[in-house]
Design a protein around this ligand. Sequence first.
Ligand code: FAD
Length: 395
Amino acid sequence: MKSEYDVLIIGGGPGGALAAKTAAEKGLSVALAEKRPAIGAPVRCAEGIGEDLICEFFDEIDPKWISAKIEGAKLIAPDGSYFYLNPEMAGNEVGFVLDRKFFDRDLIWQAVHAGAEIFVKARAVGAIVENGVVCGAKIEYNGEVREVRAKITIAADGVESKFTRWCGIDTTVPLREMETCAQYLMTDINIEPNITVFHVGREIAPEGYLWIFPKGHRSANVGIGISGTQSGDGQRAKDYLDRYVSENFPEGKIIEQIAGGVSVCEPLECTVSDGLMIIGDAARISDPMTGGGIYNAMYTGRLAAEVASKCIESGDLSKEALMEYDSVWRDSKMGRALERNYQMKEIFVKLTDKQLNAILTSVKNLKMADFSTLSLVKEIVKLNPKLIKDLTGLK
Ligand code: FAD
């Protein structure tokens, strides 16, 4: 590890990897520090992603990244009524359940091939801030803490991000907007191999949802997220998950367990400061409605590196110059979806089980030629006029 780079990236998730690859392709000297001993493990993710989204980054999808191809989805209400998005309707919403152990590693390999230096078991333990300007990080590596300076530092350290705080930016997520999650990778279970399943309702997953994401033959990520404020003794995410699993998959085997958090708040007010760019989960850029953030992290990682490259070339590393990154992602399709989905989430968390039952019953027989989340919401509004008042803010 050298003492100086053009770009230093903290965190080796999909966001950090895309930032490293893009910055290296632009000819910059790049270091990425990942605190874990291995990239991609443990996987704290249900691994779902839309096909159109992932195709934005690659000409070809490597089959080993994919655990299952998804052709439809079932959204199940507390009383068992459900909306079934079948393969004919699914259109552009089909997707994949990834194998992130392979996927994340390949992203990092691509960064290495582009020329980035990657360090695992390299933990950022502090920021170097001089006169308000972020100039790099203190990295604990091989038993010693060293100062690594950079023209631009990119915080890609995920939902647990401390780096941004060390730079003086408040990243607190209100407890009600932090979903606490538990997930089992299960095998020996009867599932539909190409259909994702979502259960909603206060009894099953208060202010969140329970998911089944197929991972191949008789295997799936079975997980749950509930609001932090709903968690308590006997009512933790794992308790809800255990109850569901014992009722629905009593013979299933759990071969991996994870716990994690997902922020469902609005993104940070500003995602840059002098010498610093914040991407992906660290910037709270995951989808407030679904909790999905793989695409968002990759998108912001690539964009941050592109803007960083321009700013390094021009020699202007000020917050004002880096703001281009902040305004471009906010104005992008993804940024606008975040805004809309935040409003949707605020309504969703207030719905009672009775209202959820009514909504899902109303759309049960819906056939839509052109499916998208937004068109489904529009149909729900049409069929449930009482909700319109709450939803009128939607774009
Ligand atoms: P991360 O992938 O979290 O990477 C951050 C990296 O930074 C980590 O490797 C971490 O070890 C490292 N790091 C942290 N601190 C330091 C430090 N001090 N020094 C060095 N390294 C550090 N998203 C989807 O799109 N689809 C899903 O189905 C989905 N399911 C999910 C299910 C669960 C249970 C959870 C918890 C999340 C899920 N997500 C899902 C969200 C998704 O995992 C994240 O949005 C995505 O991984 C964000 O990428 P990132 O690069 O911003 O951060």
